[in-house]
Design a binder for this molecule. Structure first.
Ligand code: SAH
Length: 238
């Protein structure tokens, strides 16, 4: 009889222990592992170092920002289609662009080209408030709804031509432009705070562009070319 109870207790314990990891195994866990791998192999290994940037990339569920038929590719080392001829940038580029503007918790940041909302979410993990402008209303609306569902309260989405920035909310500590412009839009320079940084791909649409860092110091503008990139074009409003 004693053996029977011992066996029963053992059985119950093993059920508890076998179940425990299953219960804590949230639906996100397989993706968490993919994210860790993405950050280690694609982003940290290429030189992105800032803890708050790496932590944001580990936190934001990138697979929830791509269309259903792309979920399985969400953590691959490349951009992915998000509909309307647009793309979500390669994870490394998102990490690099985020690190270079040096985001801090007190900052307010403007993004041009909301797209899926992924870059905005990465920024919102770090800074105080994010303002993001999207020209395709369907994309902007769905990103806004999606970000709200995921609980991102610090992100404000506006449907407009981002060439003109968001003057009512200016100036910004930093500006991240995620579509390629033929030249740096002057309204964006105006809306940058003194000491602020802007990262923007500049060059001919549909060709290779140059990722540029623009800095404003005592109203003096300096630019630095960083690397060749390929972005979808910054459109002009119809
Ligand atoms: N940052 C996005 C990816 C951007 S793809 C993400 O994380 O998913 C570039 C986006 O810029 C597209 O959604 C495109 O519609 C938008 N875009 C292009 N021209 C624009 C303009 N003039 N103003 C605002 N958004 C623009």
């Amino acid at each position: 009889m004693k053996n029977f109870f011992q066996l029963l207790a053992g059985l119950l314990l093993s059920i508890i222990f076998i179940n425990a990891p299953l219960n804590s195994n949230t639906e996100d866990n397989p993706y968490k592992i993919l994210r860790q791998r993405m950050v280690a192999e694609q982003i940290e290994s290429r030189g992105v170092q800032k803890k708050n940037v790496l932590q944001a990339l580990l936190t934001v569920p990138r697979h929830q920002f791509v269309p259903g038929n792309q979920t399985k590719h969400a953590y691959e080392d490349r951009p992915l289609p998000i509909g309307y001829g647009q793309t979500i940038s390669q994870p490394y580029i998102v990490g690099y662009m985020t690190e270079i503007i040096n985001p801090e918790p007190t900052q307010r940041i403007l993004e041009i080209g909301t797209g899926s909302g992924y870059q905005a979410a990465i920024l919102a993990e770090i800074v105080r408030e994010v303002f993001t402008v999207e020209i395709i209303s369907e994309l902007g609306q769905s990103a806004a709804e999606h970000l709200k569902r995921l609980g991102y309260k610090k992100i404000n989405v506006k449907i407009a031509d981002g060439y003109y920035g968001w003057p009512e909310k200016a100036p910004f500590d930093a500006i991240v432009v995620t579509a390629a412009a033929e030249y740096i839009p002057p309204p964006l320079i105006d809306q940058l705070k003194d000491g602020g940084k802007m990262i923007i791909p500049v060059g001919s649409p549909f060709l290779v562009q140059t990722l540029m860092l623009v800095e404003k110091n005592k109203n003096k503008i300096t630019t630095r070319s960083l690397m060749p990139v390929r972005f979808v074009p910054l459109r002009k409003d119809k």
